[in-house]
Design a protein around this ligand. Structure first.
Ligand SMILES: Nc1ncnc2c1ncn2[C@@H]1O[C@H](COP(=O)(O)OP(=O)(O)OP(=O)(O)O)[C@@H](O)[C@H]1O
Ligand SMILES: [Mg+2]
Length: 426
């Protein structure tokens, strides 16, 4: 049986139905594609959110007006606040009040960012919720929309607290090392000095020992001849001069002999206040001292030191005489006794407003015969003897000096707490 021929109307309907089917099929396909795309987008979004969230650095996004639109966990943690405390706030409020390099519309850094598109490693400070400043290194870049207009800003801040802490630690360790190195060098210098002094002292003392006897003989014979002559005769006068010079030689020899003395004499606990005042009382009437101003600052409590009274007085006297000589009779002599219970030391500081000591002379001061005084005015033994006495007492000598301004010598000894006068074993 032959199929009935379709009417033109039927044909049109069939055509319409086919086209509709095709359309539905395309629509279904498009929908599946879109669902797939939406899923991919969701995944991509989640992925970037994860990255942002797990970033160690603090991240802040703002719109083009500088209002915060998003922050990550590191940022919230560093500032100690919640997301809702930050989102919507102006960028400016994230920075510490006095922060150099703050980034917000109108700031210098904002202008730099909008001109160059990026800002790299700008050091600045954020403000934590408790008001603390957090030093950070800031990187920022602008986001552009399709039309090329600025749509926002991304800021990444790297917390510098740990770096700064480590830097500070390294700095203080370096300082400590430097201090230890200096101390070691000073100790080495002191050791060399003390070694030099003791060998010089030994040598000087052995020469002095040899000279002592012939000097004694010269003295005796000169006296014998003097007794034979009239004191007012020409020869008598010359021989008197010989006696005077030989006496001076003997004094020098005695000083030299004292240099190498290592044996201790009888020691007792002394009040250094008394040693100092007694010595100054002895000197203050002398022509070199009577015009001087002086400031005597004696410690209110006894300044107790174990030692030999005579040599300690001599040590103090040598330094006082030097001070007066450095001022040539005019200026201010300062004398201060002190105790330092923490360091368990005590002593005296003697200062003057005299000529001062050039730097290059400072390490020669304690050498025997080092003098800047004219021949006949100084032997250069005063400080060598003083140094020997101080060392024998377990003490130290320090000098601070400025040219044309003055000098301070500080003699420091191990301090005692026993009553003065208590005798020590020899
Ligand atoms: N207070 C001081 N101000 C400036 N220079 C000083 C001071 N004390 C010491 N000196 C310098 O140190 C040098 C050595 O001093 P030291 O007491 O050993 O010998 P002197 O005073 O020259 O001689 P002597 O003490 O034997 O009479 C002095 O010549 C002087 O140059
Ligand atoms: Mg002297």
């Amino acid at each position: 049986m032959r199929a009935r021929e379709k009417s033109p109307q039927e044909k049109i309907w069939i055509e319409v139905i086919h086209t509709m089917e095709k359309l539905y099929a395309n629509l279904a396909q498009a929908q599946t594609g879109m669902e797939q795309k939406a899923e991919e987008l969701l995944l991509a979004n989640e992925f970037s959110n994860n990255i942002i969230r797990s970033m160690v650095n603090a991240l802040v996004v703002s719109d083009s007006e500088g209002r915060v639109t998003a922050v990550n966990d590191s940022c919230l943690k560093a500032l100690g606040c919640r997301e809702r405390d930050l989102v919507g706030r102006p960028l400016k409020s994230l920075f510490a009040d006095e922060a150099h390099n703050a980034l917000y519309p109108g700031s210098r850094l904002w202008r730099q960012l909008t001109e160059a598109g990026v800002v790299r490693d700008a050091e600045t400070e954020l403000r934590a919720v408790d008001g603390a400043s957090i030093p950070v290194s800031l990187n920022a870049s602008i986001m552009l929309d399709r039309a090329g207009e600025i749509s926002g800003v991304v800021l990444v801040a790297n917390d510098l607290r740990e770096v700064k802490r480590l830097l500070e630690k390294a700095r203080s360790e370096a300082k400590e090392l430097d201090r230890a190195y200096r101390e070691l060098k000073a100790l080495q210098a002191r050791l060399i000095q003390s070694e030099k002094m003791s060998s010089l002292g030994r040598m000087a003392a052995s020469v002095a020992h040899e000279i002592n006897n012939p000097l004694g003989a010269i003295m005796v014979y000169t006296h014998l001849v003097l007794e034979e002559l009239a004191a007012e005769s020409e020869h008598g006068k010359i021989l008197s001069k010989v006696v005077r010079e030989v006496t001076r030689c003997k004094e020098i020899v005695q000083g030299l002999l004292g240099l190498s003395r290592t044996q201790q004499g009888k020691r007792k606990t002394l009040d250094f206040n008394e040693i100092v005042t007694a010595t100054f009382d002895l000197l203050r009437g002398q022509p070199l001292f009577c015009e001087l101003e002086h400031e005597l600052r004696i410690a209110p409590q006894p300044v107790l030191v174990d030692g030999e009274e005579g040599p300690l007085k001599q040590a103090v006297m040598n330094v006082m005489v030097n001070a007066a000589e450095a001022m040539n009779g005019r200026g201010k002599l300062g004398i201060r006794t002190w105790t330092d219970p923490d360091a368990r030391t005590a002593g005296v500081a003697i200062s003057d407003t005299g000529v001062g000591i050039p730097k290059e002379s400072l390490d020669k001061l304690y050498e025997p015969f080092y003098t800047t005084k004219e021949t006949g005015h100084g032997t250069g033994l005063g400080l060598a003897i003083t140094y020997g006495i101080v060392r024998r007492h377990g003490g130290t000598m320090e000098v601070e000096s400025r040219l044309e301004q003055g000098t301070t010598f500080t003699l420091s000894f191990p301090s005692q707490s026993k009553a003065p006068g208590a005798e020590e074993a020899v």
